[in-house]
Design a protein around this ligand. Structure first.
Ligand SMILES: NC(=O)c1ccc[n+]([C@@H]2O[C@H](COP(=O)([O-])OP(=O)(O)OC[C@H]3O[C@@H](n4cnc5c(N)ncnc54)[C@H](OP(=O)(O)O)[C@@H]3O)[C@@H](O)[C@H]2O)c1
Length: 350
């Protein structure tokens, strides 16, 4: 998709966390979508400063991110974690930039819109310099849940996740590779994180535990879904697990509706929503799987079937590329809407 700017606004873009999984995906998707910008600054930690990244045939020097990095920048795509966002985002805003932040730092701040493009674009108009990108697990759940809420009202949602290691960053992907090699050679597998052997394992523990026994990842799915869907009292629960898959999160989703619906009506509502593909043909063993969808943009839904244990309830299987819809693609789609609706300022040189 190539967008045209409504004005002569020049976009001076910075990517904070450019060397990470999400940062590199930003670059790939900016190129794929022909995102228009005047200049590009790549920022990362001190460790990567001085390294070079090739983008559209040109080499860019990676700079160490500091509070002075945003002079002249009017749009920032940030993916260097919550601590760095808390430290640097206010300086970017002071310099006149709008920041689309992938970390969890501002997601539940009532003054910060939490947005999935195509689901709650209207919230972008309320931004005060920061827009938060949801957690990857929540992100892929939102288009189908919004489509289904529009159809028959959500009464209760039960989500169980099977999340890929790329959701834990590049280091976790490297660790899965090493652990798999070592295991196949019959060697003892070292893990940098205690009790976190990814290879040949399923770990029902993502992020830290809270006192009530839920993990922060599970709580993020619950709270972020309520905020994005503007359903503060939605009954929703989640169990999140890590599986030894590189890219693509899968989710088993059980939805109880307010009104009675049919499978055909559900399929039509999902297909008509946009950015959702229904892959659901059990006779030909067709259903969405991470191995088939990595690198693709839509959210895929399959295995749609009635839950016979409860009235007005259906089960489904939702799969998406967590690095795209769950992070970089959504952030860039948000940036495209901001540009189209003139919600980005001119850069001030200070
Ligand atoms: N992966 C996903 O599916 C996903 C989805 C949604 C949101 N997110 C969020 O996006 C963020 C990044 O995730 P990721 O998977 O890309 O992680 P990652 O692969 O570990 O990359 C982290 C990035 O942050 C940079 N960084 C680290 N310390 C820094 C510092 N002091 N100053 C400036 N930059 C620094 C790193 O630079 P160096 O290379 O120099 O260390 C790297 O570019 C996290 O907040 C994560 O929760 C991830």
């Amino acid at each position: 998709m190539i967008i045209s700017l409504m004005s002569d606004l020049k976009i001076n873009l910075a990517i904070l966390g450019a060397t990470g999984n999400v940062g590199r995906m930003f670059l790939q998707i900016l190129e794929e979508r022909g995102f228009p910008f005047e200049s590009l600054k790549l920022l990362a930690s001190r460790k990567s400063a001085g390294s070079k990244i090739k983008f559209k045939g040109k080499e860019y020097l990676v700079e160490c991110a500091t509070k002075d990095s945003f002079n002249g920048i009017n749009l920032v795509l940030a993916s260097s974690g919550g601590v760095i966002s808390k430290e640097l985002v206010s300086h970017a805003i002071k310099a006149g930039a709008v920041v689309i932040d992938n970390s969890s730092a501002y997601r539940m701040d009532p003054d910060v819109p939490l947005v999935i493009a195509g689901v709650n674009n209207a919230d972008l108009k309320k931004h005060k310099g920061i827009i938060a990108n949801p957690n990857c697990t929540t992100a892929q759940l939102m288009p189908p849940l919004k489509a289904l809420h529009n159809l028959a009202g959500l009464k209760r949602v039960i989500v169980s996740t099977y999340q890929s290691v790329s959701g834990a960053g590049k280091a976790a992907m490297d660790e899965l590779t090493e652990q798999t090699k070592e295991s196949l050679l019959g060697r003892d597998v070292a893990s940098n994180v205690p009790n976190k052997k990814f290879a040949f394992n399923v770990i029902p523990h993502i992020d830290v535990f809270s006192d009530d026994g839920y993990t922060k990842e599970e709580i993020k799915v619950i709270n972020e879904s309520r905020k994005i869907l503007n359903l503060p009292d939605l009954k929703i629960t989640c169990t999140a697990a890590r599986v030894p898959v590189y890219i693509g999160h899968s989710e088993s989703v059980n939805v109880e509706f307010e009104k009675s619906v049919t499978r055909d009506e559900i399929i039509t509502a999902l297909k008509n929503f946009g950015d959702i593909e229904v892959v659901d043909n059990p006779n030909d063993s067709l259903y969405p799987m991470p191995i088939d969808i990595a690198g693709k943009d839509p959210v895929y839904v399959g295995r749609i079937r009635e839950d016979k244990s409860n009235p007005n309830t259906f089960n489904m299987w939702v799969v998406a590329d967590n690095l795209r819809i769950g992070a970089a693609l959504n952030a860039i789609r948000i940036a495209e809407v901001l540009l189209k609706e003139n919600l980005v300022n001119r850069a001030n040189k200070c």
